[in-house]
Design a binder for this molecule. Structure first.
Ligand SMILES: CC(C)(COP(=O)(O)OP(=O)(O)OC[C@H]1O[C@@H](n2cnc3c(N)ncnc32)[C@H](O)[C@@H]1OP(=O)(O)O)[C@@H](O)C(=O)NCCC(=O)NCCS
Length: 179
């Protein structure tokens, strides 16, 4: 059974060992990076991200990093959908050994259920983004109800995407699920 579990002294090492394929490097930051970033946020009195181990029975098979964001009126999601705050799926991965078995989709359904408990406050939507060429992520998010927002940017610089560009491996697309 797929569950989201708190990161503890017992499962911490397994979370650090999670890995993706060489082709997927660049799709998502490592668990070490996410946990380090959370520590820096805590040190600076910012709301820490919600990071969980994804477990299948007792085995750690992935992790998720969720943030809560108050949006400015000029933010794209506020202008287009009227969203005042969102949960953001900052990072989500299933270890390469366990991919393609339906665990990602099951875990994402649990993540959405958890977000619906509004752990850091009420929000209008869940937002995420992925590389345009990441077909698996696109299918996964669409299968649980996310709709692409139409926003496309350069995932390296954050600049708006110019449709003439040919290097679409750097194009990042936004997707949203209304709550
Ligand atoms: C994206 C990721 C989380 C998907 O997890 P997963 O457990 O492999 O996905 P699932 O087995 O639940 O499959 C989810 C959907 O993708 C499809 N899919 C899975 N593997 C696929 C593949 N190799 N090619 C095409 N489609 C695939 C499935 O058919 C399913 O769609 P469906 O429900 O319409 O049938 C996982 O591949 C991963 O961690 N990738 C690296 C990190 C990443 O890209 N994270 C997302 C961006 S932040």
């Amino acid at each position: 059974m797929i569950e989201l579990r708190k990161i503890t002294h017992d499962n911490f090492e397994a979370v650090l060992k999670l890995s993706i394929t060489d082709e997927q490097k660049g799709n998502v930051d490592s668990s070490i990076y996410c946990l380090a970033k959370a520590y820096v946020k805590i040190l600076n009195d910012e709301k820490p991200p919600l990071i969980f181990a994804i477990c299948n029975n007792d085995e750690v098979i992935g992790y998720v990093d969720i943030g809560f964001f108050e949006l400015a009126e000029s933010a794209f999601l506020c202008e287009k959908y009227g969203d005042k705050s969102t949960y953001g799926l900052n990072r989500f991965m299933i270890d390469k050994k366990y991919q393609g078995k339906g665990f990602g989709k099951q875990a994402m359904i649990k993540v959405i259920d958890y977000i619906k408990s509004f752990p850091q406050g009420k929000a209008d939507a869940v937002a995420t983004s992925y590389w345009m060429v990441n077909e698996v992520a696109r299918k996964l998010f669409a299968s649980v109800g996310f709709v692409e927002t139409g926003a496309i940017w350069d995932g390296q610089t954050g600049d708006n995407w110019n449709a003439e560009r040919k290097d679409i491996e750097y194009a990042e697309v936004g997707a949203r699920l209304g709550l």
